[in-house]
Ligand binder design. Sequence first.
Ligand SMILES: [Cu+2]
Length: 68
Amino acid sequence: MKSWQLLKIKGMSCNHCVKAVTKALNEIEGIKNVKVDLDKAEASYDEVKPVSMNTIRERIEKAGYEVE
Ligand SMILES: [Cu+2]
């Protein structure tokens, strides 16, 4: 199982934010190949195992950002 996912992320303003969001997503089991686009305020990744949206929201918020 592998599916490509796209998220809208609120609150990123520089490359430090991109790194923080990338790290937060990479640390979630089941998520691979994270790519964060600062200009589009988007994050994409491959979901290789089911991951709950709550987990994703929680980790992103812990890092200081918001999933739209
Ligand atoms: Cu920043």
